[in-house]
Ligand binder design. Sequence first.
Ligand code: M6R
Length: 614
Amino acid sequence: MCGIVGYVGWREASPILIKGLHRLEYRGYDSAGVALINEKGELNVFKCKGKVSDLEHFIQGKELAGSIGIAHTRWATHGEPNDANAHPHCSESGEIALIHNGIIENYRVLKEALIENGYTFRSNTDSEVLVNLIEYIRTTNRCPLLEAVRQALRQVVGAYAIAVIERGNPNRIIAARQSSPMVVGIGDGEYFLSSDAASIIEYTRDFVYVNDAEIAVIDRNAPLKVLTLDNHDARIDIRKLELSISQLEKGGYPHFMLKEIYEQPRTLVDCIRGRINPETCEVKLSGVIDHRDRFLQARRIIFVACGTSWHASLIGEHLIESICRIPVEVEYASEFRYRNPILREDDIVIAVSQSGETADTLAAVELARKAGTFVFGICNAVGSSIARATDSGAYIHVGPEIGVASTKAFTGQVTVMAMLALAIGHEKGTVSEAYYHEVAAALLRLPETLEEVLKVAPQIADLSKIFTYARNFIYLGRGYNYPTALEGALKLKEISYIHAEGYPAAEMKHGPIALIDAEMPTVAIATPDHTYEKTASNIEEIKARGGRIIAVCARDDEQVRRSADYVIEVPVITECLMPIVVSVPLQLLAYYIAVYKGRNVDQPRNLAKSVTVE
Ligand code: M6R
């Protein structure tokens, strides 16, 4: 939520900042702005409502000189998206400019105190309160900006990643973080600052991840310095990040979401590589090998996650319970963190997050670690906050996911969970050799299976045209595919704005069946599994009530074909991996319906890719 970017060095800052904002736009896109200091030390701030392209238009012909600057793309928390609430925010005197990602929870109290001291406010944001607080401290204590930032942050309760510059100082950016991502890129005689290393990967591969309660002093004439809020020097750990720029581009696809759907055969190759031996089908995860005893002794596993990652975790629950015979609970991270949960030493918490930055999931990880529980992370973004906060983990390695609707991360997460279950189950002896090999072999074949599944895209594109009228959808599935139904419904609602609900197929008759009529399509997942016949009966029940059915079923399934209005045929693999297969046509269905409805697929309204606020 909100993207921040900064630059200080020998190049013109504005093109770098604007490019960085485009790359960070997935984090928020309701307003954008930039602040630059030119050689004379003048501070120029430009900001407006709308997307980064609107900002680009707005700044044309303006005074953009300067080799130092900060920029921001916003996802509104306090105050509606408008020009005044856009960042950067300037202090009352206009001397200091600040960009902020996060929420200052005690901003009201701070604001009232500042108003009593004569400050007035131009925006409704908590961020303007912070910049004025910094100015107030700098003026009353007659201290340098760095010290004023440090003292101000000690008064702040909440989450932040901030960058601050001041008029008259064309050399220095002060940046700080608490619970919101921030990374400093080290170049040759230049520094970059961003919410996401991927946004500045074309300039450098060397990154320093700023930790919570740390302040980075980024000065063009000095080595990077990082201080704690207590004013002690912090360790600087430079990490290398390997990422190719092509992974951040659409590569000829009209949308990132479509590109990411089509990437799945390849991303699963990357996800599985080095983890399953193609000859022996042996599954090895270093995160499990290194903590073998923990996994062998685990009495309970608790998944914590949000959104799509939570749906993947529900599949992880099935996989681990059936293959490892360890009881599993799946928690919304946002509920878990405030529930005073009972955690024991022999529990394992598994945090699942594509971005590795989701505020609730990160807080759940911190809570579990404080309780002394071992925490395993399943993340995509390498070096992300959750990946760094966990005791061990397994990356899903599907590459940057930029479309707001998660697609390849979901299939990567389920794939890692299947490997995790096999690795633990094998060590524990709770899985038969035959089943272990069957699932491992099916995992190895997943890339080609998904190539096959993707051939249904043209049919789904046609089918989608028929359903753009619908105002409500229901998705039904059972067993492993109940979470797939939830995920299909989430995909549709977030990008098409059509209301959609996922339900376990058999629960249908306990209420939702009342909704069925010719106006409300049902997507029924009826692939062969041990509840197939029952799901087929549920389809009949819907049919009998005039419902329209789109069934996802096996090729040549005559029984379902007879009762469904439309069928989407998929190849069948071992039951526990079918969610990976079935999710692909559901992603395509959501995508094409949204496209035909003229929605902004990659940047749907009100959403942001990385939810770094509560
Ligand atoms: O980055 P995370 O996996 O932690 O994100 C969790 C959710 O915010 C995310 O999955 C969200 O639900 C997606 N927009 C779904 O497509």
